[in-house]
Write a protein that binds this ligand. Structure first.
Ligand SMILES: [Zn+2]
Length: 367
């Protein structure tokens, strides 16, 4: 048995308000606990999007009623809310800016729309960018011009990790996260080489829509670059983005994978393969996210894992409402046995043991 600190996932789509048939604050935070995650940062591209006082209150009210692990909620940058967002900064996880097209309505096509957000959002509150490839380069330029930190969500490409490395070497305040699916799945769901997991190709299931995710799954060369520049990567994130299995297998498959419950088993399997160390997990899933997003420590909080337990990932055993996982049938080594959150056993042997509403808004305790 290994005891780890509670993990922080800085990138989760809870889907509430508005799309609770996919997920809600109850199922998302139950999935988090089952994956050894004791704190999630929730993204704002819900329906409605979280972008002002009333929508932030709406999301936080649902969270307060239903969350079983701790959390904070991002606000989203829109074309005309840069004036009011600084007033919400202390209540929010940070500001999320969608600079490339993705799922949802928050979008900033024109760089003149980025400027007021960079100018006005407090420098000690996090800004997270969904920005791919050359858009990411523009985002890093903004960090340099406005001399403020930015965090790049879900990097997936060789050119991205190499540019972030170069920017860090120049002293630009940029950090980044990588998602597990971008470390373990190549384009089309083809096997990674060498493949540490005997698994089924996700593209073989359904109508092929299951591989849809943004950023898209990348090439073997990209994956190799991520693994060989692991020191450049600050955080692991799931980008847990549940859509139901019926939606994924429809003709118009929405992009996104669930990921909370498979995070720690995949990381521990990588440890068993000597691709990662336990201290990498603690650094990128606890220490660094805490620092980057100014998150409080969680007292009396830990995760017990059986690092030798081997099992097969199956969607039927998951708490997420979406009913599928891109890692269905994968053999993993390393199982979450028990999660203790602020002195109470929150998860043990497959069961959630804390009630809805046990989770706390970590920004509230910081005010
Ligand atoms: Zn996302």
């Amino acid at each position: 048995m290994i005891r780890l600190p509670g993990l922080i996932d800085p990138h989760v789509h809870v889907r509430e308000p508005g799309q609770t048939h996919k997920e809600d604050w109850d199922t998302a935070t139950s999935a988090a606990l089952a994956g050894g995650v004791t704190m999630i940062l929730a993204m704002p591209n819900t329906k409605p999007p979280i972008f002002d006082y009333s929508t932030l209150d709406l999301a936080l009210a649902s969270a307060k009623e239903k969350a079983r692990c701790d959390y904070a909620q991002f606000v989203g940058a829109g074309p005309d809310n840069a004036e009011i967002l600084p007033n919400l900064a202390s209540k929010a996880a940070g500001l999320k800016m969608y600079l490339d097209s993705t799922f949802g309505e928050l979008r900033l096509d024109d760089m003149t729309l980025w400027m007021p957000h960079f100018a006005k959002f407090p420098k000690d509150s996090p800004i997270v960018l969904h920005s791919e490839s050359r858009t990411m380069a523009a985002g890093i330029l903004f960090a340099a011009i406005y001399d403020r930190p930015v965090h790049i969500a879900h990097i997936s490409l060789k050119e991205e990790v190499l540019l972030i490395k170069a920017a860090k070497e120049k002293g630009i305040k940029v950090t980044c996260e990588v998602c597990l699916h971008h470390l373990f799945l190549t384009a089309g769901g083809e096997p990674l080489t060498p493949n540490p997991f005997p698994y089924e190709r996700i593209g073989d299931k359904g109508k092929g829509g299951r591989v849809e995710v943004r950023p898209r799954l990348a090439t073997q060369e990209d994956i190799n670059a991520l693994w060989s520049n692991m020191d450049v990567i600050d955080c692991f994130a799931t980008d847990h983005a549940p859509h139901t299995i019926e939606e994924k297998d429809s003709d118009n498959s929405p992009p996104g994978f669930p990921g909370l419950e498979t995070l720690l088993p995949l990381l521990l399997t990588a440890v068993s393969e000597s691709r990662l160390s336990i201290s990498d997990i603690i650094q990128k899933s606890v220490t660094n996210p805490r620092k980057i997003f100014h998150l409080p420590e969680q007292p009396e909080t830990w995760v017990e894992v059986d690092e030798n337990a081997e099992y097969m990932i199956k969607a039927v055993n998951q708490f997420t409402r979406c009913g599928w996982t891109p890692f269905e049938g994968w053999r993993v080594k390393g199982k979450v046995r028990k999660v203790v959150l602020r002195g109470r056993t929150a998860f043990e042997d497959g069961k959630i043991l804390v009630e809805k509403g046990y989770g706390r808004n970590v920004r509230e305790s910081q005010r």
